[in-house]
Design a protein around this ligand. Structure first.
Ligand code: NAI
Ligand code: MG
Length: 491
């Protein structure tokens, strides 16, 4: 802990240095072993198999978690079906709402514990887990709790009915938040769920199972089972699932879509992205530089809607790139639990390898690479923030999702050129525009084929706002009213 007096000091070689300010882990309870949460109880997996989840910042094992097999998926779906038929779909909507409010409030009460575990299990900076992930997760439960008894107003002239049992599969970049995105609207509409967190970040979902017990939800309404891709596939393929909600890679999204073709299961898919962040010459440049940092270095670039392509108007390109490089030198890469840290650990060894392959590839393709240098801890998985300039549209670092703190920079002369470059991608999840002129914001916003366009900001989320992709970025919308409609049949 810093004593305040020496919290910041000037080092004449390296610039300003902050004294360490690590978040304490004394109050954190992590079991050595976690079972599957089925029918309101923690229960051992039929196979007896377990796998470890580690802390990617020091490679230490945090806990061993159960590997759910097909037999366990069967048990979970059966519990969800029983709870749906006998309790949840019959309950008065206002009562359902009360349970969801209760979950929201308990998450708020335990926010600090959730934030620390999220940071330890996934590598994200505590500042983000504390200020973004956990408050937004609670906000989603609050928001959808409010809709539970107002569905007739959400869908006027219609009779919304729940779908049944939802199978939900989530990734490792926003573990608790993704669980909230999936569970809250499903419950509000009267569905029951089987949720599977990602293998590298299961702990906050298992803590959420404890919250669900504490909130006294009827057994089987929410089932949380851990496992790898084979567990996910068994959920997707299960005959008694009515709806699949998936967030993750476009490759797995394709596998799921193929598996569901010809069935009457509904599905929503939130997949990859390669968003363009467009900076016009009339933009407030210093704010735009902060916006670029937020768009791509936030959460180590492990963000499907990250602004991983920068399109900057030629007349200000030199200024923007110089300022961006200066800013990158001040970004702190290191201990995720330190409150000064800007860029935490890469989520896994596999993800770091994928990013490093792209760094090598970008250079081989002829791009100019810039990294801000700086030291990183010996243990753990780290990647310095990285820029690629001198890139062509055909380069793979411009076309493919890297999912790391890696930015490809291109220039443009006119608005039309910026829009056509931004749209020259297989993806369409998000985009950004920075300018002083409202007319340019509207023109760019209307012409970019992506689900969300931020203007003079980036990576802002709110439960009332729908989110989802065009093209290979996915199918359907989550969030807001749109997010409700993915969990009801309308007659
Ligand atoms: P992934 O798509 O394999 O994992 C996401 C989730 O899907 C996990 O819970 C996983 O267990 C599950 N899963 C894997 N195979 C499955 C299958 N056949 N059926 C059902 N569920 C399955 O992502 P992965 O391998 O962790 O990351 C690979 C790349 O995917 C990343 O480098 C990144 O580019 C992208 N990605 C994109 C995300 C996004 O939010 N758009 C999130 C995570 C990864
Ligand atoms: Mg982990």
């Amino acid at each position: 802990m810093s004593d305040g007096k020496n919290a910041i000091k000037l080092n004449y070689d390296t610039g300003w240095e902050y004294a360490a300010a690590p978040e304490s882990t004394d109050h954190i309870n992590i079991n050595d072993r976690y079972e599957l949460f089925i029918d309101g109880k923690f229960t051992a997996p039929k196979s007896g198999a377990y796998f470890d989840t580690i802390n990617p910042a020091n490679e230490k094992t945090l806990a061993s978690v159960a590997q759910a097999s097909k037999a366990d998926v069967n048990r979970a779906v059966k519990a969800a079906r029983g709870a749906y038929d006998n309790v949840w779909s019959k309950m008065k909507a206002a009562e359902r709402g009360k349970y969801i409010y209760r979950i929201a409030r308990i998450i708020q009460e335990r926010a600090r514990e959730f934030a620390v575990i999220e940071s330890m299990d996934g590598g994200k900076p505590i500042r983000e887990a504390r200020d973004v992930d956990i408050p937004l997760a609670a906000a989603h439960f609050f928001y959808y709790a409010g809709w539970a008894d107002k569905l007739d107003y959400a869908f006027p002239q219609k009779t919304p009915k729940p779908l049944g049992v939802a199978g939900q599969i989530i990734p490792w970049n926003f573990p608790l938040l993704m669980a909230a995105w999936k569970i809250a609207p499903a419950l509000a509409c009267g569905n029951t769920v089987v949720l599977k967190p990602a293998e590298t970040t299961p702990l906050t979902a298992l803590k959420l199972a404890e919250v669900i017990q504490a909130a006294d939800l009827p057994p089987g309404v929410v089932n949380i089972i851990t496992g790898d891709g084979s567990t996910g596939a068994a959920i997707v393929d299960h005959d008694d699932i009515d709806k699949v909600a998936f967030t993750g890679s476009t490759d797995v999204g394709r596998i799921i879509q193929r598996a569901l073709a010809g069935t009457d299961k509904k599905y929503t898919l939130e997949l990859g992205g390669k968003a363009a962040n467009i900076i016009f010459e009339d933009a407030p440049i210093d704010q735009a530089v902060e916006g670029i940092v937020n768009a791509i270095f936030f959460n180590q670039g492990h963000v499907c809607c990250a602004g991983s392509r920068l399109l900057v108007q030629e007349s200000v390109a030199k200024e923007v790139i110089t300022k961006l490089k200066e800013r990158m030198q001040t970004l702190v890469v290191g201990d995720p639990l330190d409150k000064n840290t800007d860029i935490g650990a890469i989520n896994s060894a596999a993800q770091l390898e994928r990013i490093n392959d792209y760094l090598a590839l970008g250079q081989k393709e002829g791009a100019e690479m810039y990294q801000a240098g700086g030291k990183t801890p010996k243990k753990g998985y780290w990647c310095q923030p990285t820029l690629f300039t001198d890139v062509a549209q055909s380069h793979r670092v411009v076309r493919e999702e890297i999912f790391g703190p890696v930015l490809a920079i291109q220039t443009f002369r006119t608005l039309d050129e910026a829009v056509s470059k931004a749209n020259n991608t297989q993806y369409g999840l998000s985009g950004g525009v920075w300018t002083d002129k409202g007319a340019k914001i509207f023109k760019v916003g209307q012409n970019i084929r992506a689900g969300v366009i931020w203007a003079n900001t980036f990576n802002k989320f709110d439960p009332t706002s729908p989110f989802g992709g065009y093209k290979e970025s996915g199918v359907g919308r989550e969030g807001g009213l749109h997010g409700l409609s993915a969990y009801v049949n309308l007659h």
